[in-house]
Design a protein around this ligand. Structure first.
Ligand SMILES: Cc1cc2nc3c(=O)[nH]c(=O)nc-3n(C[C@H](O)[C@H](O)[C@H](O)COP(=O)(O)O)c2cc1C
Length: 379
C-alpha cells in the first residue's frame, strides 16, 4: 500500500494539468513566485513547509567555493531573476539559489510570448532576453534583505541588450561592482542565446579580458573576502572550445564553471511536441538537454580535475540524474525546468534519493564521489 506522502507529487501533477497548463507559462510563473513569496512571509506556514519540503541530510552537507551548504542541489539562474523569492525557494529545499541574470541596466526583455512548454518532452523553450530590474535595483533589494533561512545566494550577471559589444566589459563591471558585495558567488553569464552577440564572449580572446575585469572589480569593492567567480557556458560550444574555456579557467584561477545553459539545438525533438512549438526561437532546456550537458561536464572535469569547481546543470530531473553529474565531476548541481513540471516536492525528492544513492555507493562522502566516473575511466 502506498503511503499518503508519495501522492503529493501526483497531486502537483494534477494541479499542473488543471491549473498551470491552462495558463500562459509566464503568467503561471508569476503566480507561482507570488505564492512562494507569500508562503515565506507567514511564519507558521514557512516553518511547516520548510520542515516538510527541506529536510536536511547530514551526509549531503557540501563545502564548495569556500561556502558551506546543506547539500549540493540548487536552483539555476532565471527563475528568480530579481532576487524576490530567495527565502521561499530555500524553504522549498534548494541548497543554493542563483539569482539573475541581472544586467547593468534594467530592461524589459523580448516581446511576449517568450516562454513555451514542451510538456511531452519535459522541456521548455525560452527567449526571455534577460528581463530584469537591473543591477542597481537588485543590489538594493539584496542589501535590504533580512534572510530567514541560511542559504547560499549566487548572483548571475549578463550584458544589457542595448550596450554595444565594445562596452560589454564595462557593463559587466558595473553589475559586478554593485552586486559582488551581496553575492556568495558571482557568475559571468556568456551563454544565453537570447541576447545578440552574448555567446561570442565565450571565445577566449573576449573571455579573458572580461573575466579579468570582473575579478578586479569584485576584489576592489569587496577587499575583505574573495568572492568566488564562475563562468556559465553553453552546451553548443564545440568540444575544442569547451577545452579552451577549461584551460582559461585554470590559467586565470577562476573558481568555477557552470555547465550548461540552454541549447539552440533541437535534436531529438518534434516527435512528441507540436512542430510549431519546436520551431520557436530560443533556448531549449529540460530533458532533451540532459545528454549534452553531461558530456560537457565530463569533458570539463577530465581537463580541470579538482582545480576548478564544476556546477552541473541541464536536464536534471531526478536524484539519479544529479548523482550522475556528481560522478561526472560536479561538486554542485542545479536545475530549473524540472521544477516547473515536478513542483514544490522536487528538491525533497532529489535530496532523499541522493542520500540513498550515496549510502549504497562505495563512497564515504559526496566529495569522494565527485568525478569518480571520469577518474576511474582514466585510471
Ligand atoms: C525560463 C528560463 C529562463 C532562464 N533564464 C536564465 C538566465 O537569466 N540566466 C542564466 O544563466 N540561465 C537562465 N536559464 C537557464 C537555466 O539556468 C539552466 O541553465 C537551463 O535551463 C538548463 O537547466 P534545466 O534543464 O534544469 O532547465 C533560464 C532557463 C529557463 C527555462
Amino acid at each position: 500500500m502506498r503511503t499518503p506522502r508519495t501522492d503529493f507529487p501526483e497531486m502537483y501533477a494534477l494541479f499542473f494539468r488543471l491549473v498551470f497548463r491552462r495558463m500562459d507559462p509566464e503568467q503561471a510563473h508569476h503566480l507561482a513566485v507570488g505564492w512562494i513569496r507569500l508562503a515565506a512571509r507567514i511564519p507558521v506556514l514557512r516553518t511547516f513547509l520548510a520542515a516538510a519540503l527541506a529536510p536536511r541530510y547530514k551526509e549531503l552537507r557540501t563545502e564548495a567555493l569556500g561556502l558551506r551548504m546543506h547539500g549540493p542541489f540548487g536552483l539555476a539562474a532565471g527563475f528568480d531573476k530579481n532576487a524576490v523569492a530567495i527565502d521561499g525557494l530555500s524553504m522549498l529545499g534548494f541548497d543554493h539559489v542563483e539569482i539573475g541574470t541581472v544586467t547593468g541596466e534594467p530592461q524589459p526583455g523580448n516581446p511576449k510570448k517568450r516562454l513555451f512548454r514542451l510538456v511531452a518532452d519535459r522541456a521548455l523553450i525560452n527567449r526571455m532576453g534577460f528581463n530584469n530590474d537591473g543591477s542597481l535595483a537588485v543590489a538594493a533589494r539584496l542589501a535590504s534583505r533580512t534572510p530567514v533561512f541560511r542559504t547560499v545566494v549566487g548572483v548571475n550577471i549578463g550584458k544589457t541588450k542595448v550596450v554595444s559589444e565594445e562596452e560589454a566589459v564595462a557593463d559587466y563591471v558595473k553589475s559586478a561592482e554593485r552586486l559582488a558585495p551581496h553575492a556568495d558567488y558571482l557568475v559571468v553569464n556568456v551563454s544565453s542565446p537570447n541576447t545578440p552577440g552574448l555567446r561570442d564572449l565565450q571565445a577566449t580572446e573576449a573571455l579573458r579580458p572580461l573575466l579579468t575585469a570582473v575579478r578586479e572589480a569584485a576584489d576592489r569593492v569587496v577587499p575583505a573576502r574573495r568572492v568566488p567567480l564562475l563562468v556559465k557556458i553553453a552546451p553548443d560550444l564545440a568540444d575544442e572550445d569547451v577545452d579552451a574555456v577549461a584551460d582559461l579557467a585554470v590559467e586565470l584561477g577562476l573558481d568555477g564553471i557552470i555547465a550548461t545553459n540552454t541549447t539552440i539545438a533541437r535534436e531529438g525533438l518534434g516527435l512528441r511536441s507540436a512542430p510549431a512549438l519546436v520551431k520557436e526561437t530560443g533556448g531549449l532546456s529540460g530533458a532533451p538537454l540532459k545528454e549534452r550537458s553531461l558530456q560537457v561536464l565530463r569533458r570539463l572535469y577530465a581537463r580541470v580535475g579538482d582545480r576548478v569547481t564544476l556546477i552541473g546543470v541541464g536536464g536534471i530531473e531526478t536524484a539519479e540524474d544529479a548523482w550522475q553529474r556528481i560522478l561526472a565531476g560536479a561538486t554542485l548541481v542545479q536545475g530549473y525546468s524540472a521544477f516547473i513540471y515536478q513542483g514544490p516536492f522536487w528538491a525533497r525528492a532529489v535530496h532523499k534519493g541522493l542520500a540513498a544513492r550515496l549510502r549504497t555507493s562505495p563512497y564515504a562522502t559526496l566529495a569522494d564521489a565527485v568525478g569518480a566516473d571520469v577518474r576511474n575511466k582514466h585510471a
